[in-house]
Ligand binder design. Structure first.
Ligand code: PHB
Ligand code: FE
Length: 334
């Protein structure tokens, strides 16, 4: 191990050392240590006076961290797997190991620590910058990207620093950001019609009314499992996304969210939010709609690239209302 200077954008990033053999940097975040080798990411913490560690396949770990960073820690819980993850407190973030795993928490070997959001964000970004090799894109489907494995080999800054295109007006209108028609139609969406709707305005309303082909837009998405906010109406956010392989995280809900399957098929594993015990398996086919209750975690699987609409409720005080029991975890009681 070599000591190494912090060349990351933020001084909040703590570096332990750089491994001579693999070339990867080991990071420290509070009492957590993050290291990686050719195949695995390793997270180490201390509980009950002894050291514990957890391994994840490097590709799965990097896909999960990429989502946490891109989504600003998202709503509620982002479980990287059945042991480690983050809980968003909207200003600060908990990093935990074992806390939401029934067996590890019962044994008392779990550990949770709270961080100001900028510190954990800077650390996760630095991990991505150092651990993502040239040719590996953590947003891409496995068939559409190179390998995450091996010793340190370059970097892929364009892939991990993708920025969101913010619309200035209704999408498709003169002066708005482009609808990314430069991206090719994905190999699995070659049958998606590419024609745009025809809009006929009443005289006097020209330039104020627009429509665009959302299927065309989604057929050209170069990322997977990454909802984009395409419409905002008060607290109602429509977030369409294209899905292939596995959602890289188990999302634990702090509110109800809705899924509408708009093409093909996704299988969802649903488990208890607090201890991870399995609840249900759902197969959603095109046209199916379901609500994900506020007391579960879920992970999706999509063999053929599919289109999903995630409907989020951004009302600010929802997490407290569900946590206190003021609102039942289900949107409808039968
Ligand atoms: C979710 O956690 O609800 C979620 C996240 C990303 C997706 C789809 C669903 O692409
Ligand atoms: Fe979710």
């Amino acid at each position: 191990m070599n000591s190494v200077k912090n060349t990351f954008a933020s001084e909040q990033v703590e570096i332990v050392a750089k491994d001579d053999l693999t070339g990867y940097i080991t990071f420290k975040l509070g009492n957590f240590i993050f290291s990686r080798d050719e195949y695995f990411a390793k997270v180490t913490w201390t509980a009950k006076g002894s050291e514990h560690s957890h391994l994840m396949s490097a590709d799965a770990f990097l896909r999960a961290v990429m989502r946490d960073v891109a989504w600003g820690f998202f709503y509620g819980w982002v479980n990287f797997d059945h042991v480690i993850g983050t809980q968003n407190h909207y200003g600060s973030v908990d990093m935990y190991a074992g806390t939401f795993n029934g067996v590890l928490s019962a044994a008392g070997v779990d550990y949770v620590e709270n961080f100001e959001t900028p510190k954990i964000m800077a650390t996760f970004k630095a991990i991505l910058h150092d651990w993502v090799n040239e040719g590996f894109d953590p947003f891409a489907a496995p068939e559409e990207t190179g390998s995450a494995f091996g010793r340190k080999n370059g970097e892929n800054i364009e892939a991990i620093d993708r920025y969101r295109i913010a619309t200035k007006r209704m999408p498709g209108m003169e002066g708005d950001s482009p609808l990314r028609e430069d991206l090719p139609v994905n190999r699995q969406f070659l049958d998606v019609p590419q024609d745009e709707p025809l809009v006929h305005c009443e005289p006097g309303f020209e330039g104020q009314l627009s429509a665009f082909n959302l299927f065309k837009y989604m057929s050209r998405s170069d990322v997977t499992w990454n909802p984009s906010v395409t419409s905002v109406c008060k607290a109602s956010l429509f977030c369409p996304t294209t899905e292939e392989y596995i959602l890289p995280i188990f999302h634990g809900n702090d509110r109800v969210e809705w899924f509408m399957q708009i093409s093909d098929e996704i299988t969802w594993d649903i488990a208890d939010k607090n201890d991870g015990s399995p609840f249900a398996r759902i197969i959603m086919k095109a046209g199916d709609i379901c609500a994900m209750p506020a007391d579960i975690r879920h992970q999706g699987y999509s063999t053929k690239r599919s289109m999903l609409l995630v409907w989020e409720n951004a009302t600010p005080d929802l997490p407290e209302k569900y946590a206190s029991g003021e609102l039942p975890p289900y949107p409808v009681s039968f």
